[in-house]
Design a protein around this ligand. Structure first.
Ligand code: 5AD
Ligand code: SF4
Length: 471
């Protein structure tokens, strides 16, 4: 990370990531992009010359957090300036895309605003910002502030301009294969902030996967806003589906685990379900958001499928892979959601039995069709429904963890555990396991006997070779 300039890194960058795994991936790419400019990593804004906030716009709270963080950074910048130094502040990601002008207006301390499809331009934007800062120092003639806005969707792909990816953490690496969304769910800002669906060519994905495997990735997690809508061009001009891509990735030596997220029920096809039957390295865990269990609400959300179709998919996936664990996102209190609609959601959850799930209160996002609906659900009702759904999901998650206790399964060790002498990792079903063991396990897979299941994790112990009964 600190290579690239003679003498190594001379400056430090702190990148704070909000929101989804796509943003985690983008932040890693930004760090790699900045390294040749002499930026090494800082562990806090106080140590940094450049702070990048890689933002999320999906719910109101996510965007508001950015403005309060910007307030703190402005104070830090003021402090720096009075000491004769400076701090460059950049806002990247989806808030930058959606509210570029607003950011510049609300927080003039911001130097750079760059949208999620344009951050390969960061070095150029940074150079411009540095020039403005230098001018300000020299003459104080020009007002410093966010003069740089680059939030348009550029015609070219950022992937053509980025350095090769190579961030492997605890044996696992993200690989972005698809961006954007054309589905236009009526609650969601993603089609507006991330743009139209785009799939990376298959050869580029395979090359990146081989590189990651060579750098120690045992697990590759394919990312996309609509990852199973993937349709990437292959070198022979044919179009590969996600199922086809997974088959090719499964052949790469060293790749022991494949996952993909986030999927849409509408793009779950027979070939993809068959891939779950046939590919051992494809993990038996799928994040398949349903959002609601009510046909009426699903239609109002423009999800393009009903409750029965979702249940049919779950049954087909479990038929293909009997140990398949499922997770989902849920929104409660979408405009017009009645008690009966919410009961439908609770019944769907009972019927499926989720291993985990993310639950959200509906948040009206400016510019989305949902925000214009006049039958918004009162806050108190939304809160009560959220609490009821969360309690049910939490119970199911705990039950799932307890049900897997006693099994011996391969665990990918990702990081040191909470206590000294402990390591922690993930089961095939993405559960966290904590156990006593050497840190040399980190980055690899070992068989673990799961001892006890709790609400959010499991305890375990390293299995002796003879006890091997892999999942
Ligand atoms: N309000 C609440 N939750 C939302 N999500 C997306 N948009 C909204 C919104 N306006 C949730 C969905 C999606 C997840 C990433 O965030 O459940 O799947
Ligand atoms: Fe948003 Fe719907 Fe697209 Fe998912 S499928 S990113 S929820 S519009």
């Amino acid at each position: 990370m600190s290579e690239g300039r003679p003498g190594g890194s001379t400056r430090r960058v702190f990148i704070r990531t909000y929101g989804c795994q796509m943003n985690v991936y983008d932040s890693d790419r930004m760090a790699e992009l900045l390294a040749p400019l002499g930026y090494g990593p800082a562990s806090a804004p106080e140590e940094a010359d450049l702070v990048v906030l890689n933002t999320c716009h999906i719910r109101e709270r996510a965007s508001e957090k950015v403005y309060s963080e910007l307030g703190r950074l402005r104070d830090l910048k003021t402090e720096r300036r009075s000491a004769g130094r400076d701090l460059t502040i950049a806002v990247a990601g989806c808030v930058a895309q959606a509210e570029g002008e607003e950011i510049a207006r609300r927080q003039p301390a911001v130097d750079i605003v760059v949208g999620p499809q344009a951050y390969h331009r960061l070095p150029e934007l940074l150079a411009q910002a540095e020039r403005r800062i230098a001018e300000r120092r020299e003459g104080g003639r020009r007002r410093a502030g966010a003069g740089v806005l680059d939030t348009a969707f550029p015609p070219e792909s950022k992937f053509d301009h980025l350095p090769p990816a190579g961030t492997v953490r605890g044996g696992s690496a993200f690989l972005s294969i698809q961006e954007g969304c054309d589905k236009f769910c009526t609650f969601c800002v993603v089609p507006y902030t991330r743009g139209a669906e785009y799939s990376r060519p298959a050869a580029a994905v395979l090359a990146e996967a081989r590189r990651l495997a060579a750098e120690g990735a045992v697990e590759i997690v394919l990312l996309g806003q609509n990852v199973n809508a993937y349709h990437g061009e292959a070198t022979d001009g044919s179009i590969w589906s996600l199922a086809r891509l997974l088959r090719a990735l499964a052949e790469i030596p060293g790749v022991g685990r494949l996952r993909y997220t986030t999927s849409h029920p509408r793009d779950m096809d027979d070939a993809l379900i068959a891939a779950h039957r046939e590919l051992d390295v494809l993990m038996p865990y799928l994040h398949l958001p349903v959002q609601s269990g009510s046909d009426r609400v699903l239609a109002a959300m423009n999800r393009g499928h009903g409750r029965d179709r979702y249940l049919e998919l779950v049954a087909a996936l479990r038929e293909a892979r009997p140990d398949m664990a499922l997770s989902s996102d849920f929104i409660v209190g979408f405009p017009g959601e009645t008690d009966a609609d919410f009961d439908d959601t609770m019944r769907l959850v009972q019927e499926v039995g989720f291993a985990s799930a993310f639950t959200f209160k509906y948040s009206a996002r400016p510019g989305t069709p949902g925000a214009a609906l006049d039958n918004q659900v009162p806050e108190a009702v939304r809160s009560a429904r959220l609490a009821a759904l969360q309690a049910l999901i939490q119970r199911q998650q705990g039950d799932f963890n307890r049900a897997t206790a006693g099994r011996t399964v391969p665990v990918l060790f990702a990081e040191p555990g909470r206590k000294p002498g402990q390591v922690s990792g993930k089961t095939p079903w993405l559960q966290s396991v904590h156990l006593d063991g050497p840190s040399t396990l980190i980055g690899g897979i070992a068989e673990v006997e799961l001892l006890e299941g709790f609400d959010n994790s499991l305890s375990g112990r390293l299995a002796v070779a003879a006890a091997r009964t892999a999942a």
